[in-house]
Write a protein that binds this ligand. Structure first.
Ligand SMILES: [Zn+2]
Length: 271
């Protein structure tokens, strides 16, 4: 599933091809995505110049002269920049054809992704307006985490994966950040000190930035190649390493289940 770093990598990948270009046409081969593609999308976008490409949580925001195109990659979606005449493959649902002769092509086998248009501020869109803070924003810090966790007995791992607390910290990043911060994934969120929350906020930013940077190393392939997403490859400390020695202390990594998701941790490094 595309997580925040993959969406950010996608944003960086498509921006050079889209910013400043005009939309020649929009081709919708399959409107039945998680939400229906707006039927008047082609008429709405045609002739409009694309401005900056932004991101809020896992939503990509293609700012236009009038309004914003909002794209979510869902469980299996990806965007590629291709010559506009490239024959579509199965699951190539939407093309944004640009005056450069290229198109941005949305592929999504499972169709949990979506494409929306809003004429007003995208941050007030019903899907976006209640989203929790961005983990890479300066306002996301130990103080915010400590204040939000106060009095809560939920395990810190599940607390981090709650989209009402912070957006975009998926399972892999929650596992890795807790390891880096030395916090046991089952510890009650409300029983973690402010100092440890400071370390945790830094660890979350680090794992996400590392993932974005390594995503960037495969960006060329991502944009040019046929359908292989440039998902990140980074050194993992605990994720999917059950039974293998901790990279710091050699204690075997343990695996447990929390809220139907696998949790991996070092019983010695994480308290
Ligand atoms: Zn260890």
């Amino acid at each position: 599933m595309p997580e925040l770093p993959e969406v950010e990598t996608t944003r960086r990948g498509i921006a050079p091809a889209t910013t400043g270009r005009r939309v020649v046409s929009t081709v919708v081969r399959e409107p039945r995505l998680r939400w229906p593609v707006p039927p008047d999308l082609d008429a709405t976008l045609r002739g409009q110049r694309v401005g900056a490409v932004g991101r809020r949580a896992k939503y990509l925001l293609l700012h236009l002269e009038q309004g914003t195109l909002i794209i979510h990659l869902g469980m299996s979606g990806s965007l590629r920049v291709l010559p506009a005449g490239t024959p579509p493959l199965r699951h190539d649902h939407v093309d944004l054809v640009l005056d450069s002769g290229e198109c941005v092509r949305f592929n999504d086998p499972r169709r949990f992704g979506s494409v929306h248009y809003t004429a007003t501020d995208p941050l007030t869109h019903p899907l976006l307006r209640r989203l929790a803070p961005e983990p890479l924003d300066d306002t996301f810090d130990g103080r915010y985490l400590a204040a939000t966790a106060r009095g809560r007995s939920v395990a810190i791992k599940q607390f981090l994966m709650n989209g009402l607390v912070v957006v975009g910290v998926g399972n892999i990043y929650a596992n890795e950040a807790l390891f880096r911060a030395g916090i046991h994934p089952r510890r009650a969120a409300g029983r973690i000190s402010r100092a440890r929350f400071e370390r945790l906020a830094i660890a979350i930013k680090e794992v996400l930035r590392d993932a974005i940077e390594s995503g960037g190393t495969t960006l060329r392939d991502y944009v040019n190649a046929a359908g292989v997403p440039g998902y990140f490859r980074q050194q993992l400390y605990v994720y999917e390493r059950a039974g293998q020695p901790c990279r710091l202390c050699l204690t075997p990594i343990r695996q447990i289940s929390q809220g139907q998701r696998s949790t991996y941790y070092c019983p010695r490094c994480q308290r």
